[in-house]
Design a protein around this ligand. Sequence first.
Ligand SMILES: O=C(O)[C@H](O)COP(=O)(O)O
Length: 246
Amino acid sequence: MTNMLILLRHGQSEWNEKNLFTGWVDVRLTERGRSEAARAGALLAESGVLPDVLHTSVLSRAIQTAHLALDSADRLWIPVRRSWRLNERHYGALQGLDKAETLQQYGEAQFMEWRRSFDTPPPALDDASEWSQAADPRYAGIDGERPRTECLKDVVERLVPYWEQEILPDLTGGSTVLVTAHGNSLRALVKHLEGISDADIAGLNIPTGMPLVYEVDDRGTPSGPGRYLDPEAAAAGAAAVAAQGR
Ligand SMILES: O=C(O)[C@H](O)COP(=O)(O)O
């Protein structure tokens, strides 16, 4: 049996607009982000890919995106699961920094190593920083696992168990699953789904607000690469993400 999986990065956030490293900082959508999310839902409705269950991160921008998309698709009523395991990569001490200034200060090689290498995390964020989540009640139950920085490898390691234990059973149970998450948590999931190498994943950028659809078999293997419902807009959006900081 084939099962439908939809991956959706949140719409433009306030810090995407300001060009700041965000990670686990809980910023909201901009007006443009809200319309991207609503359009994503309209695309789902037009294509007849209607979610039966939603999995989101615990960050507001992904939750807002899901709500707006499901509203346009008239599916606000579906069951919802939320997990920190779908959160954006924790960007460590880069959280709150301007991407262009960081590029200028540290140079292209270091900037890209932090943004796109598979296994080099940025320096850890101090718990006393204003951008730390140390006192955030939503992470109270995961203290041993709450990161202070993460590379993409760390994200794969915390996300794949959630994929296997929580998302896959919904899919194989016959539900069309919508996952609303983030640029790097979705890069981690796409890497796992498509078997992309540690080196090649550096070249993959996920645009904001663009539904990416997979047909997945009962073992969780996709029938082919993901398909954007609006490929042209998705390519332009991915190019804009790749160019951030420049
Ligand atoms: O956390 C962030 O800053 C963005 O959501 C993703 O940023 P990146 O494309 O620079 O990794």
